[in-house]
Design a binder for this molecule. Structure first.
Ligand SMILES: C[S@@+](CC[C@H](N)C(=O)[O-])C[C@H]1O[C@@H](n2cnc3c(N)ncnc32)[C@H](O)[C@@H]1O
Length: 258
């Protein structure tokens, strides 16, 4: 569940064959949730995503978050992953469950053309953009994926990105005028982190972290846990945008390489 510190030492995380092999190898280890479990994410998910809304879980792996959400009242969650092995595992797990909430489908997030525009109220991504960012052609893959995410979101819909990537490495990709997203940021400690002065209150975790005009953390912001996880809540704004205004784009060639 913790951040894999070897992340990005290899291009493998962007490769379907890598994930197929990994899921086969770990077939007897049961389900695995990267970064955070639903119990820790629930306050954020409940704050932004209604249980009767249509949710897409991109890069679901064999995590239990979708099942936990269904147990918590969510009615319509579509799981997709590039790994046919992960999807087969999910289908087996769900075959005895008579809820309509568990369709599982093999799909590449960079091409979700099977779904029409404005198909989902919310899209949840826990570790999938991160995987693409470790692959070859990372900036291109990220922009293909995020373009598809933006296309599939209904106006007013929310893309919730749960990642180890801080704003310096994620904002250049998500904070682009072409997506027209209003972004809020939350920071949560990794599971098991012991704060020297006692646990952080849920109320303070549920306050969005201030971000500068460029989408960065204020210079004096101190991360209590250096391995914190970041939750970017990106709401698709239903207003026309002026894409000719280049000054509105923080995405420079230098930034997109990260
Ligand atoms: C870090 S794991 C996270 C799994 C799960 N979301 C979780 O929270 O435990 C990344 C997942 O993204 C999937 N993935 C990687 N590239 C993908 C792509 N292009 N399209 C769809 N899924 C992809 C992998 O197969 C893997 O299951």
């Amino acid at each position: 569940m913790f951040r894999d510190v070897s992340a990005c030492n290899t291009y493998n995380y962007g490769d379907a064959l890598y994930w197929d092999a990994r899921y086969i190898q770990e077939a007897n280890c049961g389900s695995f949730d990267w970064y955070q479990r639903y119990s820790a994410l629930r306050p954020f998910i409940r704050k932004y995503i209604s249980p009767n809304s249509r949710v897409l879980m991109v890069g679901c792996g064999n995590a239990v978050i979708s099942e936990d959400m269904v147990k918590d009242g969510f009615e319509d969650i579509m799981n997709i992953d590039i790994s046919s092995v992960a999807i087969e595992m999910m289908r087996k797990k769900h075959e005895h469950i008579s809820l309509r909430s568990y369709p599982d489908m093999q799909m590449d997030v960079r091409d979700m053309s099977l779904f029409p525009d404005d198909s989902f109220d919310s899209i949840i991504d826990k570790g999938t953009l991160d995987s693409l960012m470790c692959g070859t052609d990372a900036p291109i893959s990220a922009s293909q994926m995020l373009g598809e995410v933006s296309r599939l979101l209904k106006p007013g819909g929310v893309y919730m990105l749960i990642t180890y990537g801080d704003p310096t490495v994620r904002m250049p990709h998500i904070n682009r005028p072409v997506y027209n997203w209003k972004i809020e940021l939350y920071i949560i400690p990794r599971p098991g982190f012991q704060r020297p002065s006692g646990p952080t209150s849920l109320k303070s975790l549920l306050e969005p972290v201030p971000i500068t005009e460029k989408g960065l953390l204020p210079a004096d912001y101190v991360l209590e846990d250096p391995d914190s996880h970041f939750i970017y809540v990106c709401r698709k704004i239903d207003e026309p945008i002026d894409l000719s205004d280049k000054s509105a784009s923080p995405l420079t060639d230098d930034a997109i390489q990260r």
